[in-house]
Ligand binder design. Sequence first.
Ligand SMILES: N[C@@H](CCC(=O)N[C@@H](CS)C(=O)NCC(=O)O)C(=O)O
Length: 236
Amino acid sequence: MLELHVFGPYFGLPDGSPFCIKALVLMEMAGLPFETRRMSFKEAPKGKAPYLKDGGKLIADSHFIQNHLETAHGVDFTGGYSADKLATGWAVARMMEEHMYFLSMNIRWLRDENFWKGPYQFFAPAPAPIRPLIARIVRKKVAKTHHLQGLGRHTAEERLQLAKGDLAAVEALLSKNRFLLGDKPCGADASAFAFIWAAECPYFTSEIGDYIRSRPVLVNYLRQMQERYFPDYKSS
Ligand SMILES: N[C@@H](CCC(=O)N[C@@H](CS)C(=O)NCC(=O)O)C(=O)O
């Protein structure tokens, strides 16, 4: 049995990490039986989630999980699309994972009103007396990463403008199609959906979330993907 190791549901989402939501969608797309397990930092080959356990093998990173499903299990995530369409899909996935991700991270981790009710929950396993201290140390690291990555140097208004650029690119594709590349979902939809859903999450105070909710094309895309891949899912 394949085991997908993730963080688990948080904030009314199926997982606290958009990469884990992406991997959950990939597993559903693959149609192979699998179970989810709570990730362990000790076990995670790259110190991150998601990772997949397949027999004795551990595969870290959502991209390499997809690659493993293709090569070891013959799963086709191309949706049958041509190479030039798939090139667009690849670019959108990278945009979501290497750009939109950091914009959402800023909203969750670096805004006081979001951090203490949000990512602070990840520290629940730490002993209560030192929990706030550990959380502050990790939060500082996140702020440093964000600054080094570059997006942390912009104003909130500038970050919102950049997020709108990403979302406009996705919307332009969806204005012609039900899914990113056409009438069938493909691997790139797992990324686009996961990161837009995570950014939309109404649990957080977020202008990016407000913006997504004001765009019918994006709302409809989220609804379609949720119905298809998380039919029993109820946010609460
Ligand atoms: N490129 C990786 C990124 C995974 C990732 O960044 N996971 C984050 C959660 S969103 C994580 O596990 N962070 C824990 C840490 O950095 O200590 C993928 O596609 O799976």
